[in-house]
Design a binder for this molecule. Sequence first.
Ligand code: NAP
Ligand code: GDD
Length: 321
Amino acid sequence: MKKALITGITGQDGSYLAELLLEKGYKVYGLKRRNSTPNYENINHLMDEIEIISGDLLDLPSLINAIKISDPDEVYNLGAQSFVTSSWHQSIYTGQATGIGVTNMLEAIMLTKPETRFYQASSSEMFGKVLEIPQKETTPFYPRSPYAVAKVYGHWITVNYRESYNLYACSGILFNHESPRRGIEFVTRKVTDAVARIKLGLQKELHLGNLDAKRDWGYAGDYVKAMWLMLQQPKPDDYVIATGKTYSVKELVETAFEYVGLDWKTYVVQDSKLIRPAEVDLLLGSPQKAQEKLGWKPQVSFEQLIHMMIESDLKKISATL
Ligand code: NAP
Ligand code: GDD
C-alpha cells in the first residue's frame, strides 16, 4: 500500500486529493495546524479513513515528525497562505508560510526520507503581469503580490532541490481552480454564495472589485488528478495545468446570475475598497505539455463549474433556513 502525506489537507485541494488517493488505495496522512476552533468541514466525511498529524509549515521539527510517522512515498505540499488580498496585509507571514514553508518541507524530506516524491503547489499568479499569452512552462514570471513572490520562491527552491540533490520534486503551475469547497473569500465562491442568498431572498447586494480581470478557471476535482499524475512519471518535471480558456469576472457574474434567472446589474455594486494594490489582468494557460506528457485533460467546463457551485450553495443555505 502506497503512503502519502498531504499538507493543507483541510483546504479545497487537500480534500479532493485525499479522496482521489483513497480511491487509488493509498494510506493518506494529512498535516494539520492547530486552530482554536477545528475546521474539518472539507474532510469531515473522510475522518475515519485518513490520519491527521499535527504540524505547521513554519515548524521544521513538526514536519520531520510528520515524515517519520507517515513514512510517505509521496508528499503533496498544498499548505499555504493562499489568499492574494491577505498577502498584502500579512506579507511576512505569507513569505514564511507560502515561501519558506516549502524549504522546510524539502529539508524535512532530505533529513528523513530523501527518496520521497515531492509535489509543490505552484501557481499561475507567478506569471502576474504576463509576458506571454498563453502562459506555459517556459514563460518568465512577473509576480504582482507578496503571495505570488512567495510562490516564485517556492517554485525555484523546488527546482533547486531537484537539481542539487536529485530529489524527485515536481512543481505544478496550476491556474485558478474552484469547487463547492472553495473558500468563501475567493471570487467564484463569493459570487455563487451571494447568488444563492439573493435568489433565496436573504441578500440584496453583491460588492465586488475589478470586474475586468480575466482568469482561466477550472474544476479542483480535475486538477488534483494532474498532481497525482506528475508524481507517477519516470522523471520529475514541472507542468502548467489550465483549461486554455479565459473569462472575465464580469462574465462569471453574468453566468451565475443568468443561471437563477436574475439580472446581475440589479445586484452588483462595484466597490473601490476591493480593488487590489496591483492586479493580475489576464491569466490564460496552455495545458499542452500536461496533455501530451501526462495524458491530462480538464473534464468540467466553466459553465458546469459555476452551476455546480450555485446548486451546492442553494442546498447548503436552504438547509439552514
Ligand atoms: P486553501 O483552501 O486556502 O487551503 C490551504 C491549506 O493550507 C489549508 O488547509 C490551511 O490550513 C493550510 N495552511 C495554511 N497555512 C499553513 C501552515 N502555516 N502550516 C500548515 N498548513 C497551513 O487552498 P487551496 O485552494 O486548496 O490550494 C492549495 C494550494 O495550491 C495552496 O498552496 C495554493 O496557494 C495553491 N494554489 C491554489 C490554486 C487555486 O486556484 N485553488 C491555484 C494555484 C495554486 P487551515 O485550514 O488551518 O487554514
Ligand atoms: N476575491 C475577490 N473578491 N476577487 C475579486 C473580487 C472580490 O470581491 N472582485 C473582483 N475580484 C477579482 C480579483 O481582483 C482577481 O482579479 C480575480 O477576481 C480573482 O480573484 P480570486 O478569486 O481571489 O483569485 P486569485 O486569482 O487572486 O488567486 C487564486 O488563484 C491563484 C492561481 O492563479 C488563489 O486561489 C491563489 O491561491 C492561486 O494561486
